[in-house]
Design a protein around this ligand. Structure first.
Ligand SMILES: [Zn+2]
Ligand SMILES: [Zn+2]
Length: 161
């Protein structure tokens, strides 16, 4: 999987492989079934690529890698799959990177927060406690929130050392 942030720091942020990848895909299948949705082959393939990457991936890289060395996907196929995975909470769109990442866990419609390394691109999903505070402030203004994204930029532990 090509990755746009190449730095010389030594670190390991590979995604899932082998059994761990199978477990991740099985968990996704269970969530689709629980939601009454189908994990169609294109949806499964896009999720598989995101899980394997373990970091944010741009849509055009997913389109190129979709066929695994064969023909690239038709862009709408990948965009529809990303839309589905995002709605179900199996993947998140990271606005500031214009990229997508497999969900690190969490239920339907959970607030997602990301720590993003601006040097190597390593990105981690965290559970934001700030979400409840934002919801409280929103409610005080009469807003009902449907989504909350927190994208924090900085340097990861490896790039700092
Ligand atoms: Zn998530
Ligand atoms: Zn880094």
């Amino acid at each position: 999987m090509p990755h746009s942030h190449a730095c010389d720091h030594d670190h390991d942020h590979r995604g899932l492989q082998g059994d761990a990848l199978s477990v991740g895909l099985s968990a996704a299948l269970a969530r689709c079934e629980a939601a009454g949705q189908r994990l169609t082959p294109p949806r499964r393939r896009v999720l598989e690529m995101l899980l394997e990457a373990g970091q944010p991936v741009k849509a055009y890289d997913l389109i190129a890698a979709f066929g695994d060395g064969g023909a690239p996907a038709k862009p709408p196929t990948v965009y529809r799959a990303l839309d589905f995975l995002s709605k179900l909470g199996l993947a998140h769109r990271i606005e500031s990177l214009n990229a997508y990442m497999a969900c690190g866990g969490g239920g339907d419609g959970h607030a997602a927060a990301f720590l993003i390394c601006d040097c190597c691109g390593a990105t981690r999903e965290i559970a934001p406690t700030v979400a409840s505070e934002v919801e409280r402030l929103a409610a005080a203004q009469g807003y009902s929130l449907t989504a909350l994204m927190v994208e924090a930029h900085g340097l990861c532990a490896d790039c700092r050392s």
